[in-house]
Design a protein around this ligand. Sequence first.
Ligand SMILES: C[S@@+](CC[C@H](N)C(=O)[O-])C[C@H]1O[C@@H](n2cnc3c(N)ncnc32)[C@H](O)[C@@H]1O
Length: 321
Amino acid sequence: MCDSPLVFFGLYRNLSVASEAMGHVPVLPQQVLDLLSPGPGETVVDLTVGLGGHALMLADRIGGDGVLVGFDVDPLNLEKARHALNDCACRVELIQANFREARESLAAVGVKQVDVLLADLGVSSTQLDDPERGFSFQGDGPLDMRMDPRLEVTASDIVNRIKEKELADILYYNAQEMASRRIAKRICEARRDGRITTTARLMEVTARAVGVPDPASRRSRIHPATRTFQALRMAVNDEIGCLGALLDTAPDILSPGGRIGVIAFHSVEDKPVKVDFRKRKDEGIYRVLTKKPVVADEDERRRNPRSRSAKLRVAVRLPEE
Ligand SMILES: C[S@@+](CC[C@H](N)C(=O)[O-])C[C@H]1O[C@@H](n2cnc3c(N)ncnc32)[C@H](O)[C@@H]1O
């Protein structure tokens, strides 16, 4: 058990309060615990430890004999997770690494097989809310979008360097932006007047390309720049490539009976999870626990807007014949 007072007065309520204070509330907390069912003494890997919200719940379940490994590419979040997990009774290993290298990073801390793998994909609220990180068009800042500061290519590099067709493909394939060609064309025209280096400038160019949305349209409920920002963030951080590498490695890392859970926030990242789990089910490698993705109930959707698009899929590693 964690020695933290959080645990004693009702884990979830207090966890919410603590996480809200830290700026991030973990999504689908009860469903994660129910489906991944971490038990005493187990080895759990939170592949996207973020601010430690899910990790704290998992650590509480595995107790003093368990091992919790947390990965994050963002050293600032990792520091916050370290703080949140400080009083946990289990062995805690926090590693600044990309989960695409999960196997090698786990081997480096002496962990070969794990009982629970959790990936809560995308960015954290701390990253989104900091204008200096450049993830959001709400507030002006440098057009950066690197979750991992060791990466060399920023969103600004992509926007200013690549060809119009490539840019349109990024917008279309990463975020299903229907106006991808129009936006890419407008960006390429705008950059002739000078490099696009800020979030405000990119938002302005994108909004101008898309035009004022029709209030009657379902798609108009989101800001016209939302998909462009999402697509660029995914490109900068190679989010789909990382997810693919993780899905390929997971069966080798999981012990027989081990559980993997992935929380996705849009169809472009949920689809590869669905397809992978189905393929491995057909191959006799996984049993899929979630026929349909698990989503947040009304109460959670109201309390935590981020949960509205969350989809959790869980599978169990079957023993080899
Ligand atoms: C949605 S947040 C996770 C929040 C966490 N579940 C919590 O309860 O606090 C996603 C985190 O994953 C990290 N991340 C995203 N892609 C990653 C990757 N490929 N490898 C490691 N960390 C990654 C981000 O930096 C971010 O901190």
